[in-house]
Design a protein around this ligand. Structure first.
Ligand code: ZN
Length: 452
């Protein structure tokens, strides 16, 4: 083993131990004191190394302006401490996407592209050091106790992880080591080609988007997969109850969630099954969407980063809080659900016609879920005051359209909204590597102010 690899492995191991055993806060004031200390160092020592924040003397985080993906992409070189421009990094990222070989780096920097429609794609930089720390933190936060010996005891077989995503990255392969047998499955190749490799590897841990987990569960129930993973993690998509039920039925294990985005490792499910925000590594301000403080968009500051500056960065996601203390004892904020993205929210005028009100993804999902197994798949696209609903019905399609139309009218009446004009069509399966998005706001109704 080269000394560089050894040091990398040690770094991962140290951050694993640090995250798992030291950064476990059972008092909110202790967590906040830890964050304040990290933030102070970050604002004084790290942030000024980037061009954008060079001359700023910042004492308090809230003095800094908000940023988002567009701000970052507009001044890419300004927001990283290496002064790397888009012109320097994009060719490396594009070559990796085209060749499906995700190993090339620019020096020690890994370049990742976030999913997003073209023109809205984000580019993210991670150094070797940050990669090694990330690997340690991720394992510390997601690995259940029964699998720890596989990671730590040299006489046991290495931990086997199967990982499905649309693109691999050096970030993920950093997990591969003598103690971890890591297999990446490229979703752009389809699911069927993975079955043989999966059966041969027989993974302990299965990581995949929710829709892929459901596909694997079906294959297992049909006898095409013989794997018995003991830990299953859902990533990259909203995990719906139907997905979780299918996984439980097929593998006897309830899936947990990792809330990971290009912007950072944002959340994890604890051993009690609660999704917690990763607040011991990130500062997360809630940008409340409602007066009741139920839903918010997170504004994140990653004080652990040293390369790309993610500072008061507003994510496009909508999170719904869980207002109970988790039995695991952690005080990191508990999340009832990652509901979707801000443009998954649909808007309709109120009964007076004076303003638009939000219909949140979770509310609509629940309405659709009431139709049970008859409704196999659906998507809603809003264009002004018109909703195009595409469906796949188990049996009577025409009856289902009538029933759904009635539920949407009932929901609107209950929420004090004018119902949209509805058209129904047939649902078509998107490619496997496309993210599932059931709700899409294509265009807001015109001439109305919005109120969350
Ligand atoms: Zn918990």
């Amino acid at each position: 083993m080269s000394s560089e690899r050894l040091i990398g492995g040690l770094r991962s191991a140290l951050s694993f131990i640090d995250s798992r055993y030291r950064l476990r806060f059972s008092r909110r004031d202790q967590l906040e004191a830890w964050q304040a200390k990290q933030l102070k160092h970050f604002l004084q020592r790290i942030l000024p190394k980037s061009q954008r924040f060079k001359d700023l003397k910042v004492i308090d985080l809230t003095e800094l302006p908000l940023m988002d993906k567009a701000t970052l992409m507009d001044d890419f070189a300004g927001f990283n401490t290496r002064g790397l421009s888009l012109e320097q990094v994009l060719p490396v990222a594009r070559r990796a996407e085209d060749s499906r070989d995700f190993s090339p780096t620019l020096g020690d920097i890994t370049i990742g592209l976030s999913s997003g429609t073209s023109g809205n794609q984000g580019v993210f930089l991670v150094s070797a050091l940050e990669r090694q720390r990330w690997a340690g933190i991720l394992l510390a936060r997601t690995l259940p106790r029964h699998l720890l010996p596989r990671l730590l005891c040299p006489w046991r077989a290495p931990l086997r992880i199967a990982f499905f995503l649309r693109a691999n990255s050096r970030l993920y392969t950093t997990l591969a080591s003598r103690r971890i047998d890591f297999a990446f499955h490229d979703l752009t190749l389809g699911l069927d080609v993975s079955f043989e490799r999966l059966n041969t590897q027989s993974p302990d841990v299965l990581v995949a988007p929710a829709t892929v987990l459901q596909g694997l569960a079906e294959a297992a129930l049909a006898g095409r997969l013989t794997i018995r993973p003991t830990h299953i993690l859902s990533v990259a998509e909203v995990l719906e109850c139907a997905d979780a039920d299918a996984v439980l039925a097929a593998f006897g294990v309830a899936p947990q969630q990792i809330y990971q985005a290009s912007e950072g490792f944002l959340g994890y499910t604890c051993e009690k099954g609660t999704l917690h925000l990763n607040e011991s590594h990130l500062h997360i301000e809630p940008d409340w969407l409602d007066a009741e403080h139920i839903r918010f968009q997170p504004i994140i500051t990653d004080f652990s980063r040293r390369t790309q500056m993610i500072v008061r960065y507003r994510l496009n996601d909508i999170l719904r809080v869980a207002n109970t203390h988790c039995a695991c004892g952690r005080v990191e904020r508990a999340i009832a659900a990652v509901e979707g993205r801000a443009d998954d929210v649909l808007w309709l005028p109120d009964l007076e016609g004076s303003q638009l009100l939000a219909l949140y993804p979770d509310v609509l999902r629940r309405t659709f879920l009431m139709h049970g197994a008859t409704l196999q798949e659906y998507e809603i696209h809003q264009q002004g005051l018109h909703w195009q609903i595409n469906l796949q019905a188990a049996d009577d399609y025409a009856n289902l359209c009538v029933a759904l139309s009635a539920s949407i009218h009932a929901l609107c009446a209950q929420q004090g909204l004018q119902p949209p004009a509805l058209s129904f069509g047939h649902w078509e399966a998107p490619p496997l590597h496309a993210k599932r998005r059931r709700l899409k706001l294509l265009q807001l109704p015109e001439d109305w102010p919005c109120t969350y």
